[in-house]
Design a protein around this ligand. Structure first.
Ligand code: NAG
Ligand code: NAG
Length: 480
């Protein structure tokens, strides 16, 4: 499309932005060659077991043998003893999928043979077949279904057996030729066909079932969900497999459209770890919106919450040092604060880390003798908050650090006063009550989009413009 027709198609700039940014993921999962190699190892071990259980049909037929004439043969009770896949590798192919190439595989087949010839003569015995130099090439295609779950299928499979050697018990010399010319080739064809059949079946059942364990909706408590559905089919490049996920927090009660779109993630070419997660500022900011929408950004500070060692009572006698009228209006009464965020906090991510300047309303109340609350004053608190991020047990965990809190008076029922004087007090109050509780929650973390039975180790945390990059190695925990 030319520049002009693009402009025409978009019509208005707003629409153009909507069209181009609609598909940006809020969260990207990248599996590097190291990660694919690890997954491949696990997969090959499973395929090896599956192939060793191949069921082979009985084979029978008629053949003309020199000087003997027509011979009827039957092979029965064919059993694969084992199937070894010693050399194989996985390669991502740009825009196509994953190629698995298996070479020099080998197997052994046992069975019984039986022949009838010259109308009445019979002979029988057992045989052992060595199948060598088996080459298998599989192309796995990746996609996504309407629910945003990944799908996988075999888009191509070919198996080639270049050597079959039969050892059999029997005294008849011409039998060797029969085996060599007819039976070996028939068995080879059957095996080549069966191998791919089995691959297709294993991919459709085991592998497909497994990759569908990706939690496209991760729930956090009963209020918040994270939408990890794929926004497009997974992409392969020559170096990696990338999955673009929505990466959006939402309130389970009332999901609403997010008023901004994810920016593109300029993923670096790091490849030391098996897997990388790119969590955009969109991801974190939708968390702020979801928690705000769910009414979860409300917090009360009462006397009981203040640690003993802070040596501070939450009552009007303490605050009347700053507000003279308080002493007269509400002498010696306990107080409480209700903190709430008037708007969702907005985070920015840059190379130096995550930061935010949340605005918090703090309404102070006196608790009257009959337990009802008398509103005293409303403060607006703001400060620079930075976050430390880590990964633990498959969760993004964090802790916040707050710089000096700045206050301003928004409303007062007890006359005007100098809020500046109250600054240290509010700093102590929030840092001894709100922050530890917030950090305890953040320490429980938010689940990463991980397949079943995956454990992460060797964690790396890096900040880039507009996104957080997490790297990890993967360990697959087999079912006990
Ligand atoms: C509590 O006491 C205050 C003042 O003494 C009064 O105005 C208010 O109505 C009382 N509230 C209740 C629920 O009794
Ligand atoms: C937050 O940091 C910025 C830049 O470092 C500074 O200008 C601002 O005053 C700080 N805000 C508060 C409330 O400390």
């Amino acid at each position: 499309m030319g520049v002009q027709s693009l402009a025409v198609a978009c019509g208005a700039l707003a629409l153009c932005l909507a069209l181009t940014s609609a598909t940006n993921p809020g969260f990207v999962v990248r599996i590097t060659q190291a990660g694919l190699d690890y997954a491949h190892q696990q997969g090959i071990a499973i395929l090896e077991k599956q192939l060793a259980q191949l069921k082979l049909p009985d084979i029978s037929g008629d053949s003309r043998v020199l000087r003997v004439g027509k011979v009827h043969y039957e092979l029965s009770r064919l059993r694969l003893r084992d199937f070894h896949l010693p050399y194989s590798r996985i390669t991502p192919i740009s825009n196509e999928g994953l190629q698995v190439s298996i070479s020099n595989a080998f197997a052994e087949v046992d069975g019984d043979w039986r022949v009838k010839f010259l109308f009445v003569s019979r002979d029988r015995g057992s045989f052992n077949l060595k199948v060598e130099n088996v080459y298998i090439k599989i192309i796995l295609g990746l996609g996504s279904d309407p629910s945003g779950k990944p799908t996988i299928s075999t888009s191509d499979c070919s198996a080639r057996i270049s050597e079959v050697q039969v050892l059999f018990s029997g005294k008849l010399g011409w039998l060797y030729n029969l085996f060599h010319s007819v039976i070996e080739s028939r068995l080879r064809k059957i095996l080549e066909h069966k191998v791919c059949d089995n691959v297709v079946k294993s991919v459709n059942s085991e592998l497909q079932t497994y990759i569908r364990t990706l939690p496209v909706t991760a729930r956090i408590g009963d209020k918040i969900g994270i939408d990890y559905s794929l926004v497009a089919p997974p992409r392969t490049t020559a170096q990696s497999l990338d999955a673009d996920l929505k990466g959006e927090f939402y309130s389970l009660g009332h999901r609403s459209t997010v008023p901004f779109s994810p920016l593109p993630l300029a993923f670096s070419s790091d490849h030391e770890r098996m897997v990388y997660f790119g969590a955009s500022s969109y991801f974190f900011n939708t968390a702020g919106i979801a928690y705000h929408k769910a009414g979860a950004l409300v917090f009360e500070i009462t006397e009981a919450m203040i640690p003993k060692d802070v040596g501070f009572r939450l009552d009007t006698s303490v605050f009347s040092a700053f507000i003279p009228q308080l002493e007269e209006m509400y002498p010696n009464m306990p107080m409480k604060f209700r903190l709430s965020a008037p708007a969702a906090p907005f985070m920015t991510i840059g190379p130096e880390g995550i930061s935010l300047q949340p605005i918090v309303d703090a309404q102070a109340y006196a608790i009257l003798p009959n337990s009802s609350l008398a509103p005293l004053f409303l403060l607006s608190l703001t400060g620079n908050v930075s976050a430390v991020i880590n990964v633990r047990s498959g969760h993004i965990v964090g802790s916040l650090d707050v710089g000096r809190i700045r206050l301003s008076l928004k409303d007062s029922a007890v006359g005007t006063f100098q809020v500046r004087m109250m600054q240290s007090l509010m700093n102590v109050l929030t840092s001894s009550t709100l922050l530890p509780r917030l950090n305890a929650r953040l320490n429980e973390g938010f689940p990463l989009p991980l397949l079943d039975r995956i454990q992460l180790s060797n964690i790396l945390v890096k900040f880039h413009q507009n996104f957080l990059l997490l790297g990890a190695d993967v360990h697959f925990q087999p079912r006990a």
